[in-house]
Ligand binder design. Structure first.
Ligand code: HEC
Length: 167
């Protein structure tokens, strides 16, 4: 058939293109997740909480991501990279100690809220990272901890203002 060879050519072209684009890789998030500026420098984090944060949040909210093999495939890598950049911009546990008091309190508050609403970890992430899904008990533990950490960090009379600006 005349169409067949044309289709074959298109398929071959797509394969060549797919292989070629593999060379285009975003830079990796491979810094140290812990250090003098991480959250443990700012406040006491129980091991039980830390273990869950590392498992369920650190891939997008720290300076270190564990990449499974498929995260190296273009264009998956760009999609993943976008989530990491966005996630870190909102909240980076590796630099948490550098936030001012108000921002710390706000991020602790938002974290409790995101977990309560089931927004975090991102659903698309959980499809491939089933082990990062929070059990009900883990959700409760994190929510309680974030709330108590917030009242500790902000002081009893401090208030967290809802802000329009990106902060
Ligand atoms: C797959 C990556 C990913 C994982 C895992 C993840 N997040 Fe996020 N997170 C994001 C992205 C992307 C944003 C910014 C866009 C948005 O809000 O959806 C964000 C935003 C946030 C925000 C700010 C939301 C706001 O109110 O604006 C908080 C707080 C947060 N995440 C907490 C967490 C916590 C806590 C965990 C672990 C239980 C977690 N995230 C796991 C990607 C992730």
């Amino acid at each position: 058939m005349k169409n067949w060879s044309k289709r074959k050519k298109i398929l071959l072209g797509l394969m060549v293109l797919f292989i070629a684009v593999q060379a285009i890789q975003p830079s990796k998030n491979q810094g140290s997740p812990t250090g003098p500026t991480d959250i443990t420098a700012a406040m006491q984090v129980p091991d039980s909480v830390m273990t869950v944060l590392k498992k369920s949040c650190y891939d997008c909210h720290s300076n270190h991501t564990t990449y499974p093999w498929y995260d190296n495939i273009t264009p998956v890598n760009w999609w993943v990279n976008h989530h990491i950049n966005e996630g870190k911009r909102e909240l980076n546990f590796s630099t948490f100690a550098e936030y001012n008091q108000r921002r710390k309190a706000k991020k602790l508050d938002e974290s409790a809220e995101q977990i309560e609403k089931g927004e975090m970890p991102l659903k698309s992430y959980l499809l491939m990272h089933g082990d990062a899904k929070l059990s009900e008990a883990q959700q409760k533990m994190l929510i309680n901890w974030f709330k108590s950490a917030k009242s500790g960090s902000a002081g009893s009379q401090a208030t967290v203002n809802e802000e329009k600006e990106h902060d």
